[in-house]
Design a protein around this ligand. Structure first.
Ligand SMILES: *[C@@H]1O[C@H](CO)[C@@H](O)[C@H](O)[C@H]1NC(C)=O
Ligand SMILES: *[C@@H]1O[C@H](CO)[C@@H](O)[C@H](O)[C@H]1NC(C)=O
Ligand SMILES: *[C@@H]1O[C@H](CO)[C@@H](O)[C@H](O)[C@H]1NC(C)=O
Ligand SMILES: *[C@@H]1O[C@H](CO)[C@@H](O)[C@H](O)[C@H]1NC(C)=O
Ligand SMILES: *[C@@H]1O[C@H](CO)[C@@H](O)[C@H](O)[C@H]1NC(C)=O
Ligand SMILES: *[C@@H]1O[C@H](CO)[C@@H](O)[C@H](O)[C@H]1NC(C)=O
Ligand SMILES: *[C@@H]1O[C@H](CO)[C@@H](O)[C@H](O)[C@H]1NC(C)=O
Ligand SMILES: *[C@@H]1O[C@H](CO)[C@@H](O)[C@H](O)[C@H]1NC(C)=O
Ligand SMILES: *[C@@H]1O[C@H](CO)[C@@H](O)[C@H](O)[C@H]1NC(C)=O
Length: 592
């Protein structure tokens, strides 16, 4: 960690320095070096193809520095690399910065196959082959001057709310750059200046994770700090350290946000979601058996095709419910608003006479269990695919729990409720059913157990108590199944003394976690990721709900090696003592 001193000691003097610094920024075109990290471990030999390719990569980064609005990612054979410039810098300063970074990175990190260098105005990195993690490695630079004690609490409060605001502004920014700055008054003469940025190709979710990590390392009470990560960075100071005039020009160019949607819009939305029964019948050839693709507790699922060729999955609800038409429409419209890359999208509904039907997007590849528990097909799921599937499921559930305004608990997360699309991207199905069929909304006793044996948390299976933490339990079971390629319920049915969770636990405590790994993966896997997944899986299946991590924490753990995981305790063991027949397995709705 490098510590730098600001040019002033007294807040009162800061305004003077503000002027000087503004002048300095405006008159100079010099990139300012901040830090670098040579990821240790592997080296290349001079005069090899690697070195040649690295040099080609670095020069194409430099030659593209003015062409792509300050961000460029490229690959030369096995060498990957990218640069991105701070949102406010001019193309010519960006070019200078990338030039300096490219020429100095090979000097600071001689022979290294993976390195990163940060300047005030740009970030540049390269790596041999491996995926470029957005949050590792990271560096913090702290301004050692403290804010006076008398102002400390107020300062920390202002800082915390400002960095949180700016994070959301970056995540939501719809301009080409994921970049924002924000100035707020600290005292009558001193302002707090903040800046944050994510690489423009990062998803809202990943940007959120990255900036949350940046914020968590800022420390407190200092007059300035910066958190440098590969995919994002965040900085605050009590003087303007960016080009304030460039930033104000940009904010004038940014289009105003759309007006909040009115009640009228919502009504129109619901209209557009409602389909005629005749149309659904035509699409499914009169709910013919040939079109049947699944059967579950909520009803039969059919494949359908609209006249325009669009394929759909049609769920004809068999649930008798006293719920009125208005509630059904409203709840379906709400669930249709949940849109996420890792959720199966609800396209609409049909409500005529006794018929209550839900229309979903059709996902071409089958559900995860179909691949995972099949001796032949499980080979198609190599480790990197499995890891991506785990990440995708975590993101989908996190969205249900936290990002959507509805805060939905899935209640029946399992391998057969995770569909895989043609790119093997996981899509969670069957969420929001409790809302649509108007089960009770409380967090305590449910009249009916909706879950599936083997995935249910002890408190849900035994007492009907559900919460976000019961989904976390199911997620843990699913992760252990994905790692081992074994079905949790198989253990019980074959009267094995041990279930999957006990195996995971024993392998973990005996430090043989790789013995737990699906044998078809043993040729190629990431030891680190496998260990981490088993560890996370065990934390999720803890008996006591409050010992289980939240989905947000899980997503962080999966995204970053710098998060330290707590030690799991022996997981819930209720499976061995409960009678599975007591629980209705027929409730399981799946598309396959
Ligand atoms: C780059 O990675 C590949 C495999 O990922 C490896 O075979 C090669 O030796 C690496 N090159 C260097 C210079 O480390
Ligand atoms: C690399 O090649 C250059 C010229 O092609 C040569 O001068 C230099 O000695 C070589 N270095 C090594 C370590 O082989
Ligand atoms: C930009 O990058 C591409 C791809 O790496 C490279 O082919 C090209 O030469 C670079 N320079 C310019 C000026 O486009
Ligand atoms: C980096 O490289 C440039 C030349 O491209 C040089 O002018 C500069 O002094 C070097 N050092 C730093 C710390 O940027
Ligand atoms: C780089 O590799 C060369 C050849 O293997 C070696 O002589 C040199 O010491 C290495 N430099 C560093 C900084 O590791
Ligand atoms: C911040 O301070 C400036 C000058 O002291 C003042 O003009 C401005 O109104 C203040 N802004 C807010 C939001 O209080
Ligand atoms: C600051 O931004 C303004 C407006 O874009 C620009 O004219 C000026 O050159 C910039 N100064 C620096 C040092 O980048
Ligand atoms: C399903 O996934 C597999 C990947 O193993 C792929 O080969 C196949 O084409 C996919 N099927 C469809 C219908 O997309
Ligand atoms: C480790 O896990 C494997 C696979 O689930 C199991 O066969 C083995 O018995 C376990 N080892 C221990 C010590 O429990």
């Amino acid at each position: 960690m490098r510590i730098f001193k600001p040019s002033s000691t007294h807040l009162l003097l800061l305004s003077l320095f503000t002027l000087l610094l503004t002048f300095a920024i405006a008159s100079e075109e010099t990139p300012i070096y901040s830090a670098h990290v040579c990821t240790s471990g592997s080296y290349y030999q001079p005069n090899t193809t690697f070195q040649t390719n690295l040099n080609i990569l670095l020069s194409s980064l430099v030659s593209n520095a003015t062409l792509h609005d300050g961000f460029f990612r490229t690959t030369v054979s096995e060498v990957k690399g990218l640069f991105f410039c701070r949102g406010d810098v001019t193309p010519s300063l960006c070019h200078h910065c990338v030039t300096a970074a490219a020429s100095n990175i090979t000097i600071y990190c001689t022979n290294q196959t993976e390195s990163i260098i940060w300047y005030d105005q740009c970030t540049l990195r390269y790596s041999n082959n491996s995926n470029l993690d957005n949050t590792f490695p990271s560096v913090n630079l702290i301004n050692v001057e403290s804010v006076p004690d008398s102002d400390l609490t107020r300062f920390n409060n202002i800082l915390a709310s400002t960095v949180n605001d700016i994070k959301h502004e970056v995540m939501d920014s719809n301009s080409g750059k994921k970049f924002a700055t924000k100035e707020v008054n600290f005292t009558s003469s001193v302002k707090l200046y903040t800046l944050a940025q994510c690489t423009p190709d990062m998803s809202t979710f990943d940007c959120d994770i990255c900036l949350s990590m940046a914020i968590s390392t800022l420390g407190d009470g200092k007059q300035g700090a910066q958190s440098l990560l590969p995919g994002c960075n965040l900085r605050y100071e009590l003087y303007p350290f960016y080009n304030v005039s460039a930033v104000s020009i940009q904010s004038e160019l940014t289009p105003p946000p759309p007006p909040p949607s009115s009640v009228v819009d919502d009504l129109i939305d619901v209209e557009s979601l409602q389909f005629d029964l005749a149309m659904v019948e035509a699409a499914t050839e009169g709910f013919s058996d040939e079109n049947k693709i699944g059967q579950g507790g909520f009803g039969v699922v059919y494949k359908g095709v609209f006249p325009n060729g669009q394929e759909i999955a049609v769920k004809r609800l068999s649930v008798t419910s006293l719920q009125g038409a208005v509630e059904f429409r409203n709840e379906a419209a709400l669930v249709a608003k949940l849109q996420h890359r890792n959720l199966v999208r609800l396209l609409g509904f049909c409500l005529e006479g006794w018929e209550k039907i839900l229309l979903y997007e059709y996902i071409p590849n089958k559900s995860l269990d179909h691949f995972l528990f099949d001796h032949v097909k499980q080979r198609e799921l190599d480790w990197s695919r499995r890891y991506k599937i785990i990440l995708g499921i975590a993101r989908g559930i996190l969205y249900l729990h936290e990002d959507s305004q509805l805060r939905i608990i899935h209640r029946d997360l399992k391998a057969s409720n995770v569909l895989l699309d043609e790119n093997m991207i996981p899509k969670i199905s069957d969420f929001g059913m409790a809302k649509i069929i108007q089960e009770d909304h409380t967090q305590v006793n449910t009249g009916r157990i909706v879950g599936t044996f083997g995935y249910m948390s002890p408190e849900y299976a035994m007492h009907g108590h559900f919460s976000v933490k019961s989904d976390v339990f199911s997620f843990g079971v699913l992760v252990l199944e994905i790692v081992s390629g074994k079905k949790n319920t198989d253990f019980y049915q074959s009267n094995h003394a041990d279930d999957l969770l006990s195996h995971a636990w024993k392998n973990w405590t005996e430090k043989t976690p790789l013995e737990f790994l699906d044998p078809t993966l043993r040729g190629s896997y990431s030891r680190n990721e496998v260990n981490r997944c088993i560890h996370i899986g065990l934390l999720c299946v803890q008996e006591n709900p409050s010992d289980r991590p939240s989905m947000a924490t899980i997503a962080l753990m999966l995204n970053s090696y710098s998060v330290t995981l707590s030690m799991p305790r022996q997981p819930a063991s209720f499976l061995r003592t409960r009678n599975p027949n007591r629980l209705n397995q027929g409730l399981d709705a799946k598309i396959n």
